[in-house]
Write a protein that binds this ligand. Sequence first.
Ligand code: PEP
Length: 256
Amino acid sequence: MSRKKIVAGNWKMNQNLFEGKQLVTDILKRTAALELPENLEVVIAPPFTQLELAATQLKEVPGHFLAAQNCHQEASGAYTGEVSAGMLKSVGVAYVILGHSERRQYFGEDEALLSKKTDAALSQGLKVIFCVGEPLEIRDAGTQNDLVRRQIEGALFHLDAGQFGNIVIAYEPVWAIGTGRTATAAQAQDMHAYIRSLIAARYGTEVADLTPILYGGSAKPSNAPELFACPDVDGGLIGGASLNADDFEGIIKAAF
Ligand code: PEP
């Protein structure tokens, strides 16, 4: 079995229902004209309000999957404003993004909470795109590996090997998200290889070899080919550039 490649578009809090419908239509028009390799998945993560409609648009389109950008850790109850993993599953969502740096920064999400959210998502049969990455001061201090290790150990390493098979890691250096500043291919490869070594030490090389590790942070059609050519970079989690169908197509092609 070979490792999957994934190009996932994180729309964040962008696109109303009509704009989002058009964007999915535009993306599908472009990907239909490509011959997507069998091991490549295109994932679209619109806001909650778009999920049900996007699910109908993506239904039965091979190689295309829907992701949510968050879920609550409880299954149901008095949590006004929240959405559970089971609700996401019921509208056709396949993946949920957890641990995004914006959730950590603006909503105080930490490893203890993220480990519960991960359990909730997996228990409903969702796969998790789990984001890790260091802020600039940590990169400048040279301690990025320690931080990323703690993020992964703290939220994920209670899982058993079977559960870990439903985890995708996204390495997103915080200093590269939405800043136009991208990690170099060497910086990305170093961190991805380190993450894979952590997974191998915990779950064995077979699980580590099968775990997709995505790069995220100002990826665009111009820099994606070099990043995706790295042996441990298995595609990307794309923010800004995923809102433009031409750019998203360019990045998808870089993952062929
Ligand atoms: C992201 O938010 O996951 C991301 C990678 O954003 P951008 O591509 O805009 O840097």
